[in-house]
Design a protein around this ligand. Structure first.
Ligand SMILES: Nc1nc2c(ncn2[C@@H]2O[C@H](COP(=O)(O)OP(=O)(O)OP(=O)(O)O)[C@@H](O)[C@H]2O)c(=O)[nH]1
Ligand SMILES: [Zn+2]
Length: 210
């Protein structure tokens, strides 16, 4: 086992910083920072570009894991294109941060998301499917963002999101959201109902196409 590279300032009760490396991508070479959540052993990642610890608001994306959208090109949701757009915007500015949070399926996990997708194939919407499985519509928590951002020296964000819950969660911690930047993705026949349900039932800030 490689020894952990742990500056004292990175220690936190909920989260431990492990190490960093370079991550060359199509758009820029990011710095990738690895963290482990102590209670669950879940591994989380932050990508940064440029000097994000200079005190100025940082262009940022708090992205929840979506294996199907982020890695498997699924058109059922807008996650993959949002991830790509966020990384491109950060690369264009030459400065920013992306937290990749391992809370797949709005926190219900990958296998339950497959169950939920099956129920949606049979007519349920994304919220009804969660409820039929005995889950709340959204089980995610953004509390880990605080120690991750603190470790990176970030205290204020220009946040790329359509989700008001994320903005509220940041404001509830000691993270200022100086600006909210929408990330609107093209609709298709497979994601249309999902996006409309996010607007009507989850309060997302997009124009419904009803
Ligand atoms: N349970 C469940 N999770 C889903 C479904 N579709 C996508 N997800 C998950 O939803 C999460 C993304 O949430 P979204 O509500 O699309 O977007 P958001 O991150 O809250 O908001 P934005 O910042 O605007 O993207 C990821 O964890 C996906 O895996 C679904 O039908 N059911
Ligand atoms: Zn998705």
């Amino acid at each position: 086992m490689p020894s952990k590279d742990l500056p004292a300032s990175s220690q936190d009760q909920a989260l431990e910083y492990v190490t960093s490396c370079k991550l060359p991508t199509t758009w820029a070479t990011f710095e990738m920072h690895a963290f482990v959540e102590l209670a669950t052993g879940k591994e989380h990642i932050a990508l940064t570009l440029g000097d994000v610890a200079d005190g100025k608001p940082v262009l940022a994306r708090l992205h929840s894991e979506c294996l199907t959208g982020d890695a498997l090109f699924s058109q059922r949701c807008d996650c993959g294109p949002q991830l790509e757009m966020a990384m491109q915007k950060i690369a264009k500015e030459g400065r920013g941060a992306l937290l990749y949070l391992r809370q797949e399926g709005r926190g219900i996990g990958l296998l339950n998301k497959v169950h939920a997708y099956r129920l949606q194939d049979q007519g349920a919407d994304t919220v009804e499917a969660n409820q039929q499985l005995g889950f709340a519509a959204d089980l995610r928590s953004y509390s880990l963002c605080e120690p991750m951002l603190k470790h990176l020296g970030i205290s204020s964000l220009r946040l790329m999101t359509n989700n008001p819950r994320k903005i509220a969660a940041m404001t509830g911690m000691q993270i200022r959201v100086e600006e909210h930047i929408p990330l609107i993705i093209e609709r298709n026949q497979y994601n249309e109902r999902y996006l409309n349900t996010k607007v009507s039932k989850l309060g997302h800030l997009m124009q419904p196409d009803l």
